[in-house]
Design a protein around this ligand. Structure first.
Ligand code: SDX
Length: 392
């Protein structure tokens, strides 16, 4: 570096700790999260999922005309190819919706990856619109498939979140009435998930994209990475953990003691973070939303009380404080998704829809940069030194 000024990154050694990006800033010590410089708290309070998606991808907030055109383009690309709808019938109804989502998104490339150059800017714009428009429809179809209900066609007179809720909870037998409380709460939750720097799934999207793979394939890989219980799958695991505490009758205190003893590898799901060694700013906002949404829906869910009791226990316990373990974005989201009517196995799918704009923004940032080289994470070799095959 002294002689050439080049760094390991310039030689294509993508050490994830040194990936350059201008999209999201996190200060884990202070619990700060900003998308393109805007604090997450302000965006969650004042913006919408699509407006933030534009901000992440283009670096500035859209003008009203730009947002209107963006919204209109997405509405007009919600239809799936009729043959692709038959794809779902080949899958068992017991299939996990994250596997369905990743498979169907990969299948999108068989219908729409018609460009000789997947990185042609016009093609990237169209692919961006197609993914933002079609992935929520695929997600809703995965939900409908799992409960044996007919798929609805998108209604392009509805906004993004309204359409998504109707595709999930509407049915052929009766009109679906939208609850503004749900629409606003889900829009806010999606904003909170839109990006988070170089997390495992975003790094996966960047690594796959750095090989020249198309955007559909890169997103499909990111969905699979997100599905793990240590990552996006945690929101599903939190609900299972809360339900187990409720049903076992062991009580929060005994459960926390089992976690501290690391009994059978049990963890306090929804707690801890590679970067945040303070309260995840998103978790604060989700917790406030949980109270508001459940009250708005007139739901009194004991799981929320158990979650709050768990949090209180952990925040006052040296074991968690010494390890700087705080609630992360996944700790309270599941209670809200459950109150909205989503089955537990759809929770991580909701995380994926939230994260989609961030994945796309990172893929575009990387692939539109001529300096980008194929990703090649560095390895520290810990194996045998050279040795020779024994003479026979
Ligand atoms: C997300 O990267 C991102 O930005 C991710 C994300 C995003 O928006 O993309 O924020 C989304 O993935 C949030 C995280 C969701 N996952 C969970 O909630 C699963 C539970 N949490 C953990 O498994 C864990 O905290 C991780 C994986 C999230 C982070 O692990 P770290 O930072 O590598 O911590 P570690 O495994 O090195 O643990 C350090 C110590 C260990 O104890 P000791 O060995 O020192 O005795 O803390 C303990 C761990 O056992 N520990 C926990 C714990 N998390 C860490 N103990 C109990 N419960 C936990 N949840």
């Amino acid at each position: 570096t002294r002689q050439t000024g080049l760094t390991a990154l310039d030689y294509g050694f993508v050490n994830t700790a040194s990936t350059r990006s201008a999209i999201t800033y996190i200060d884990g010590e202070q619990g700060i999260l900003r998308y393109r410089g805007f604090p997450i708290e302000e965006l969650a309070e004042n913006s919408t999922y699509l407006e933030v998606a534009w901000l992440l991808m283009y670096g500035e907030l859209p003008t009203p005309d730009q947002l209107a055109e963006f919204d209109d383009k997405i509405r007009r690309h919600t239809l799936l190819h009729e043959d692709l709808k038959r794809f779902f019938s080949a899958l068992p109804h017991t299939a996990h919706p994250m596997s369905v989502l990743s498979s169907a998104v990969a299948a999108l490339s068989t219908y729409y990856e018609d460009s000789s150059d997947p990185h042609d800017p016009d093609h990237v714009e169209l692919t961006t619109i197609r993914l933002l428009a079609k992935m929520p429809v695929i997600a809703a179809y995965a939900h409908k498939k799992s409960i044996g209900q007919a798929f609805l066609y998108p209604d392009n007179s509805l906004g993004f979140v309204e359409n998504f809720l109707r595709l999930n909870f509407g049915n052929m037998a009766e009109p679906y009435s939208l609850d503004p409380t749900l629409v606003q709460a889900l829009d806010r939750l999606l904003i909170l998930h839109e990006d988070h720097e170089q997390n495992a799934s975003t790094s996966t999207v960047r690594l796959v994209g750095s090989t020249g793979a198309n955007l559909y394939s890169s997103i499909s890989a990111g969905i699979q990475a997100l599905s793990g219980p240590l990552h996006g799958g945690a929101n599903e695991a939190v609900l299972q953990m809360l339900a187990r505490i409720r049903d076992s009758g062991e009580g929060v205190g005994k459960f926390v003691e089992r976690v501290k003893r690391k009994e059978d590898g049990v963890k306090l799901m929804g707690f801890g973070h590679r970067v945040y060694k303070n309260y995840d700013p998103r978790a604060k906002i989700v917790k406030e939303s949980a109270d508001a949404v459940l009250e708005g829906l007139g739901i009194n869910d004991p799981l929320l009380d158990i979650a709050k009791e768990l949090e209180q226990f952990a925040l006052e316990d040296d074991y968690f404080q010494q390890r700087r373990l705080y609630p992360n974005v996944d700790f309270y989201t599941g209670v809200i998704y459950k109150a909205m009517g989503f089955p537990t196995r759809m929770f991580t799918v909701l995380f994926a829809i939230g994260r989609l704009p961030g994945w796309i923004a990172h893929w575009r940032e990387m692939n539109l940069d001529p300096q980008t080289k194929i990703g090649r994470p560095q390895q520290l070799y810990t194996g045998s030194l050279e040795r020779h095959y024994p003479a026979r």
